[in-house]
Design a protein around this ligand. Structure first.
Ligand code: HEM
Length: 85
């Protein structure tokens, strides 16, 4: 179970963070909007589960980055599990 979590959780998260940073490096205006949102939602406070829900622009950016560079491509399921995705 622990090994499953490490294998399933480590590379997916690393890839999505790496691609998001790659895209953000190319889009200064998006970076600035994220900083603005984080500043206005969090101020000087540490993030918690509730405040993370309010970071909707950041959520959209991560989702878009996963759409452009999926950590787990759909064809993976097709080839390995022969489902009709
Ligand atoms: C950007 C990050 C992640 C992406 C894109 C991702 C994607 C996925 C996908 C597509 C599946 C298959 C779902 C299905 O069966 O239809 C899956 C399953 C799974 N993921 Fe992730 N995952 C991410 C992060 C994590 C993390 C952080 C963990 C654990 C700490 C994790 C643990 C698992 C486990 C245990 C399964 C198998 C669930 C099952 O057997 O039904 N994943 N993930």
């Amino acid at each position: 179970m622990i090994l499953n979590m490490i294998i399933a959780g480590r590379d997916t998260t690393a890839q999505s963070l790496a691609w998001t940073c790659y895209l953000l490096a190319q889009h200064k205006e998006v970076r600035e909007k994220i900083i603005e949102e984080v500043d206005s939602v969090l101020g000087d406070a540490d993030p918690d589960y509730e405040s993370l829900k309010e970071l909707t622009y950041l959520q959209a950016v991560i989702t878009e980055s996963l759409r452009l560079y999926p950590s787990v491509p759909r064809f993976f399921f097709f080839f390995f599990f022969l489902k009709n995705y």
